[in-house]
Design a protein around this ligand. Structure first.
Ligand code: FE2
Length: 259
């Protein structure tokens, strides 16, 4: 089977680019399932019901989250009713939603696990111990993990920790695609899938806002940039019987904004 994994969708432009290109990307790679990180897909920040619906309408089968998963209250009701809209599992059980789902594909199923790192991020439950617990409950052979984390070291540690136990560990959150894709003992690994959002930006945000923040340390409201967009991600080929990854390929496509 083949899975497409798309890195952090940013704002309206990211949703627009996804709607325009995801169907074509799924066709091009013959993808059976698409997993999309959507934690920054709402305009301003976070994910809301509108942006989550837009990502599903574009062709995502599962949406994953991160540190901005609970910024917008409008999405909380959706976490409860939609089991393919995930938030990191290691936020624990006292907040809305789930961090794991298993998608029935007919002859087999695909589990998607969403975890968040703790290095340079808000400390939540330990993602490594959480992963161990989750793996005891999963039935699917094919297991795709979105590890939403800041530190490259923590992401690589998770890749090695879960190698041989899951089909893929794909990093999100830093919005810059890394070039370290590899297969570790049957587990496809990539430190960061990259961003789906405005190219002429700093991680999706209007670049002059960020430059001025660094230059003056004066707080400024983040505004998403506009223009052409990148749509970055990776395609995974996985043996559905064993769950072992056969190949991993990165891609970064351009969405030309027409108006
Ligand atoms: Fe994030």
């Amino acid at each position: 089977m083949k899975a497409v994994f798309i890195g952090d969708v940013v704002g309206n432009l990211g949703c627009e680019a996804l709607a325009a290109l995801l169907p074509q990307i799924k066709r091009e790679y013959g993808a059976d399932i698409a997993v999309v990180n959507g934690e920054n897909s709402a305009e301003g920040n976070g994910i809301d019901a509108r942006s989550a619906e837009a990502i599903f309408a574009a062709g995502a089968d599962v949406i994953t989250g991160g540190n901005h998963s609970f910024r917008k209250h409008s999405v909380e009701e959706m976490y409860e009713r939609c089991n393919t809209l995930l938030r990191p599992a290691n936020f624990g059980e006292d907040v809305p939603g789930n961090g794991v789902c298993e998608v029935d594909m007919g002859a087999y199923s695909v589990a998607v696990v969403n975890l968040i790192g703790t290095a340079f991020m808000t400390p939540v439950d330990n993602p490594f111990k959480c992963a161990e617990d989750i793996l005891k409950t999963i039935i699917s052979r094919v297991i795709i993990v979105d590890f939403h984390a800041e530190a490259t070291s923590e992401k690589r540690a998770m890749g090695f920790f879960l190698s041989g136990k899951v089909s893929a560990v794909i990093g999100t959150h830093t919005h810059v695609q890394t070039a370290d894709e590899q297969i570790i003992d049957g587990t496809a690994y990539l430190t960061d899938a990259g961003m789906t959002g405005p190219r002429d930006s700093i991680l999706g945000v209007e670049k002059n806002v960020i430059i001025e923040k660094f230059r003056t340390y004066y707080p400024k409201r983040h505004v998403y940039a506009d223009g052409d967009a990148d749509i970055c991600g990776t395609v995974l080929e996985i043996d559905q019987k064993s769950g072992r990854a056969l190949s991993i390929e990165r891609f970064c496509k351009t969405y030309k904004k027409t108006k």
